[in-house]
Design a binder for this molecule. Structure first.
Ligand code: 3PG
Length: 211
């Protein structure tokens, strides 16, 4: 259910954003990041064969606590394809009511992107389950405490510019989890085929989350 997926993301504390990882690498990378303690993995739908990648990771991590989702989902057609491939959550950089409605109909967690209070309320009214605050780095942690004042107990997941040094401040400000790409997914190590290093970089991020 969507609340179970939401709880898994919150327990993970971080969603690892896999953007542009080759299909050949995506399963070992997902395995290494999961081994590091990350239980939420997002594959962005903007690259090639994203749907196949989601399905492959889903198979690889079946039977674990991990939840696998799709990111950068810009329209309802992509949302539906990702859900059919096994995506348990759908993340967008923006608020699309059509994407949110597709998720709601399929009982899959919808995480649209918002930045302003108007966007946050619009997304919640459309049926969002959690809110991706994007791009978080342009507003910083204080933005979360500021909008949670008037808007109350909304689940906010800041993404974009979150790293091991600032993640504590985002969580302190009221984020229920964060999204992290370049600071967690070690693309240089992936290029080198060094999955131990991929795991170590992700583990260092997880340590910063749990500190
Ligand atoms: C992305 O656009 O890939 C995500 O928002 C992650 O951004 P980041 O690399 O700044 O963490």
């Amino acid at each position: 259910s969507t609340s179970l997926v939401r709880d898994r993301i919150v327990e993970s504390g971080v969603i690892a954003v896999l953007r542009g990882v080759d299909e050949d690498d995506v399963v070992p990378v997902a395995r290494a990041i999961h081994d590091a303690g990350v239980d939420a993995l997002e594959v962005t739908a903007d690259g090639t064969r994203a749907i196949e990648k989601i399905a492959a990771i889903d198979r690889e991590l079946e039977g674990t606590e991990a939840v696998v989702g799709a990111g950068t989902v810009l329209d309802a057609t992509t949302a539906r394809a990702a859900i059919d491939a096994g995506a348990q959550f759908v993340v967008s950089p923006h608020t699309s009511c059509e994407v949110i409605e597709t998720c709601n109909r399929q009982r899959v967690l919808a995480a649209p992107g918002v930045l302003t209070p108007t966007e946050a309320v619009t997304a919640m009214e459309a049926g969002a389950d959690v809110l991706k605050l994007f791009p978080a780095g342009t507003v910083g942690p204080n933005h979360i405490s500021a909008i949670r004042g008037p808007l109350g107990d909304i689940d906010v997941i800041p993404t974009g510019g979150v790293d091991a040094d600032n993640v504590g401040e985002y969580l302190e400000a009221g984020a229920v989890a964060v999204g992290a790409g370049s600071a967690l997914v070690d693309y240089d190590a992936i290029d080198d085929g060094d999955m131990d290093r991929v795991r170590e970089t992700a583990a260092a991020f997880v340590e910063a989350v749990t500190d």
